[in-house]
Write a new protein. Structure first.
Length: 395
């Protein structure tokens, strides 16, 4: 005899899984990024509400039917709305009050179809339309931009897409099935309805795992960014400079295209610290970093090497355009003095540029030549751009 699990058993199993998921979310709550804790709390609330819905669905034959149906449907819509709300919080999209409309209208429709005009079909239509709006809205919220390749986000998106398609199929079945219109709250189970308990159970069970993985991926990206970003200026740091510089140098050398390095140093930076303190000095560094970020173009990567020194990687470029790029960056710093309160600090930079040559056998050699050109620019009076000499080729 085949093993058949009745809907009540599925709801009981689902309720236990959801309570376990809610407990796990509570245990790991402090380990989640502070910026994501509010969305995790709402997601947990939604999971517990769905567990409550499962309790009412499983007990529908042991409690007053009308109260049980209304409570189960209301908790189901409230829980799924919490998921949608949590996803919008997770992706820093302001949850609008209209997000609650499908659940509110659905609960109102269920109430009318249970207490005023008892009808199985109209009750099912009310809750199905509400779930369709909630699941579709959640899927749209999760729809990933091109640069987001997170697997957990795509898994959760796939789940909400499947749930949306299932609810749409359920809606079509309700519209065309021969079901009682008035006076009855139950009807013989339809084939599409047999899967409904599984969808209700699987969405929070698997979805909570995917949500936790999204939180973990966000933390991983944050740590990777911290490891590759300068804490003060938010520019790529020395580590990223070395990695990107070596990669770009090797690629340019293999393809034969131009590649250059610009080393930029703030003139008389020690005087700023001595006259105004290190706090103003740090603000001046962030000011210059912001100017470099805004005025660098597509193939130009600004980085901070340390202290008051920055390095810009210039890809796919020749000597003339490298000088023009250096002059563009020098003049933009000179044209925008640092202003804070009553303080106005004119700031200039000296720039040394080295263009890749066949005599450069590695990136560090190119960077060293650009550094030497920087010292020539400083020796020549500062606030200027100097192009490094072409290295001599061995005979």
């Amino acid at each position: 005899m085949p093993l058949v699990i009745d809907p009540q058993s599925i709801f009981i199993i689902g309720m236990l899984l959801m309570l376990a998921n809610g407990g796990i979310l509570g245990v790991v709550h402090r380990e989640i990024l502070p910026q994501l804790q509010s969305s995790a709390l709402v997601w947990r609330r939604g999971t517990l509400l769905l567990a409550g819905a499962c309790i009412f669905f499983a007990s529908i034959n042991k409690i007053p039917v009308r109260l049980g149906l209304l409570s189960a449907d209301a908790l189901l819509l409230a829980g799924t709305t919490c998921y949608w709300y949590a996803l919008r919080q997770f992706f820093h999209r302001r949850p609008h009050w209209r997000i609650h409309l499908p659940a509110l209208l659905g609960i109102a429709g269920v109430g009318v179809s249970i207490f005023l005009l008892p009808s199985y079909k109209w009750r099912q239509l009310a809750i199905t339309l509400a779930l369709l709006a909630i699941f579709a809205g959640s899927a749209i919220t999760l729809w990933p931009p091109a640069q987001d390749r997170g697997r957990s986000r795509r898994v959760l998106l796939g789940m909400f897409v499947v749930a949306t398609l299932f609810v749409l199929l359920r809606l079509l079945a309700l519209l065309y099935a021969d079901l009682p219109q008035n006076g009855e709250l139950f009807a013989p189970p339809q084939p599409v309805n047999a899967l409904t308990p599984l969808i209700i159970v699987l969405l929070p069970s698997i979805g909570t795992t995917a949500f936790l993985l999204m939180c973990a991926e966000r933390l991983k990206r944050r740590l990777e960014r911290a490891a590759s970003t300068d804490y003060l200026t938010s520019l790529p740091n020395r580590r990223t400079l070395a990695e990107q510089g070596k990669r770009g140098f090797s690629t340019a050398r293999a393809s034969g295209r131009g590649y250059a390095v610009a080393v930029i140093d703030i003139d008389y930076f020690k005087r700023i610290n001595d006259a105004h303190g290190h706090e103003i000095g740090d603000e001046a560094l962030k000011h210059v970093a912001g100017l470099l970020r805004r005025h660098c173009r597509g193939d130009e990567l600004p980085t901070r090497q340390g202290g008051e020194e920055f390095v810009v990687l210039l890809d796919n470029i020749d000597a003339q355009n490298a000088l023009l790029a250096g002059e563009r960056l020098r003049s933009c710093v000179e044209a925008h003095p640092y202003r804070q309160g009553g303080i106005e600090l004119p700031i200039t930079v000296s720039i040394g540029i080295a263009l890749r040559d066949d005599g450069d056998d590695h990136f560090d050699r190119l960077l060293s030549r650009a550094d030497a050109a920087l010292y020539q620019a400083k020796a020549g009076g500062r606030n200027r751009v100097m192009l490094a000499d072409t290295p001599r080729h061995p005979d």
